[in-house]
Write a protein that binds this ligand. Structure first.
Ligand code: NAD
Length: 267
């Protein structure tokens, strides 16, 4: 039985991970961590998640829980996830990080810390989205420069980072397949008399509304036709299931930084 410590345990994703683990085989919740001023500290995390008591209290510091587990599952924010990785790599505990919004400097730190343990980091843990990463790269390589690429993402009103980590990775994947530099060709929103679209640019459009779990569309627009690849998440369950699949996989891997493409053998 794999013992998992969930960081951000009372959050939207943390709560879904806890309830999905309770239904999964071969893995159990052995630790639950929240911010030090969280009102539910010391309560049983099963009760917090509405599942009944599971004998795991919610603690306010990962250091207090780290010895209880073999893998940390963290959906929080970049600063907190970096600390989780620091503590887990210091204790030889594996990590699965679903947090998005890391800066390039923070990503360097993640890569450094992952040398000391095994870590899966993915801005989107869903199987469908990871297949989408592969497919859009292949489509871009086939269509080459004749088709304009636009990426549209939509999420709930509470999302803090924009564009989503998934949309950024879709942009990077397409840019790399077309031998373009994404920071140079990414165009984030358009307004005013800006002139005609350049052939090289990759447009990024963002919608924030209500309780949309997460939609991503990549448009390949040609003259006389367009091809669209669309993924829609109906609930958070698919992210939690992906994170659990990653947790079971990563505990048996050598040290290093992996993504869901590795977990799902899509490379
Ligand atoms: P949320 O705000 O509901 O949850 C985050 C939780 O982290 C909160 O409960 C917060 O109290 C907790 N937290 C803050 N400081 C902490 C600390 N010091 N120690 C422990 N916990 C702390 O947010 P969410 O919707 O669950 O999303 C969390 C992250 O996961 C975001 O970056 C989001 O973009 C990302 N996300 C990724 C995927 C994926 O598949 N990779 C899917 C959905 C969301």
């Amino acid at each position: 039985m794999i013992k998992a410590i969930v960081v951000g345990a009372a959050g939207r994703m943390g709560g879904t991970v806890i309830s999905t683990i309770q239904e999964a085989e071969g893995i159990e919740v052995s630790g639950a961590v929240e911010r030090p001023d969280h009102p539910f500290l010391n309560r049983d995390i099963g009760e917090v998640a509405g599942l009944g008591e599971i004998g795991v209290p919610l603690v306010g510091d990962i250091q207090r829980a780290i010895k209880a587990g073999e893998v940390v599952i963290d959906f929080t924010n970049p600063e907190v996830s970096l600390r989780s990785l620091e503590v887990s790599s210091g204790s030889g505990v594996a990590a699965v990080i679903g947090t998005t919004g890391f800066t390039p400097q923070q990503m360097e730190k993640v890569a450094q810390l992952a040398k000391e343990t095994r870590c899966v980091l993915s801005p989107n843990m869903s199987v469908g989205v990871n297949l989408m990463f592969k497919i859009v790269g292949e489509i871009a390589r086939i269509l080459r420069d004749d088709y304009d690429v636009e990426i549209v993402e939509a999420h709930h009103r509470f999302k803090k980072d924009s564009p989503s980590g998934t949309a950024m990775k879709l942009g990077e994947t397409v840019a790399s397949a077309l031998n373009r530099d994404f920071p140079q060709v990414g165009v984030f929103g358009r307004r005013g008399v800006i002139g005609e679209r350049t052939p090289q640019e990759i447009g990024m459009q963002v919608v924030r509304a209500g309780d949309i779990v997460g939609d991503h569309t990549v448009i390949f627009g040609g003259l006389g036709e367009r091809l669209e690849v669309i993924h829609r998440s109906h609930s958070r369950d698919n992210f939690a299931r992906g994170a659990i699949r990653a947790a079971k996989w990563v505990v048996t891997q050598p040290n290093g930084l992996y993504d869901m493409g590795d977990v799902l053998s899509l490379k």
